[in-house]
Design a binder for this molecule. Structure first.
Ligand code: ZN
Length: 242
């Protein structure tokens, strides 16, 4: 497992960095660590070792969304860390329990990507504006209906999950990068993902940390470009659809 440090708080952990990079993050907080996403199955030993190397306990496990490459090691981690909170958005928590219905007030698009049920029950459900330690929850639906991002107001780090990818070039969720198309192909509703991207951009993040790809420092200009591209592609698609 690859481990990289960014600034005072962020540690990026990566499985399969060359072939199919899957990231998850340890964030230093005043009482220990918050783990954001858990990777594919088999990631727990590496996560626990990385926390031990910090000399800090993992207090909280948070999922950005309910896809298998983000929740794959939750059950193993819960077994190893029974005291840690397990935190999920109220909306995506329903998928974890096997309820795959789309709400009447949501876009009636097909759910995509590898949703998966797990044995672990969340100990806390969150929504937009809540705080998880130092991290502010930002609703960022689109990739999944209940996708969340986490904003570290201490240094402007945005943990965006799959709302963006940086592998094969920064892209809004739903914009296909043919060298790494998987996050785009797993996106539920592109217009919603684009609106979320614009909302995340407005936070003016100083650092962007995503589920797939490298961390980007001072991502403002690259975000603008990716959002412009998504606007263009979407208006083209909608034009053809009309
Ligand atoms: Zn993913």
């Amino acid at each position: 497992m690859r481990t990289l440090n960014y600034g005072a708080y962020l540690i990026q952990l990566t499985r399969l960095p060359r072939a199919f990079p899957v990231n998850f993050y340890l964030v230093r907080d005043s009482d220990g660590l918050t783990l954001v996403d858990t990777g594919i199955p088999g990631s727990a030993p590496g996560i626990l070792a990385a926390a031990q190397a910090c000399g800090l306990p993992i207090r909280r496990i948070v999922l950005t969304h309910a896809h298998g490459d983000h929740l794959g090691s939750v059950d193993a981690l819960r077994a190893a860390l029974p005291e840690a909170e397990f935190i999920v958005s109220a909306r995506d928590a329903r998928f974890l329990a096997g309820d795959m219905r789309v709400n009447a007030d949501e876009p009636q698009s097909k759910l995509r990507g590898a949703y998966q049920t797990i044995a672990s029950k969340p100990t806390r459900l969150v929504q937009d504006g809540d705080y998880i330690g130092a991290l502010r929850v930002i609703a960022a639906p689109g990739h999944t209906p209940g996708h969340i991002a986490l904003f570290d107001e201490r240094d402007g780090t945005l943990l965006a999950g799959d709302a963006f990818q940086t592998r094969a070039g920064l892209a809004v969720s739903g914009t296909v990068r043919w060298l790494f198309p998987f996050p785009a192909l797993a996106t539920w509703h592109k217009p919603t993902a684009l609106a979320s991207a614009q909302r995340l951009r407005a936070l003016q993040p100083a650092r962007l940390a995503v589920g797939h790809g490298e961390v980007l420092e001072q991502p403002g200009a690259a975000l603008d470009k990716a959002i412009d591209e998504a606007v263009r592609l979407l208006s083209k698609e909608q034009g053809y659809g009309a």
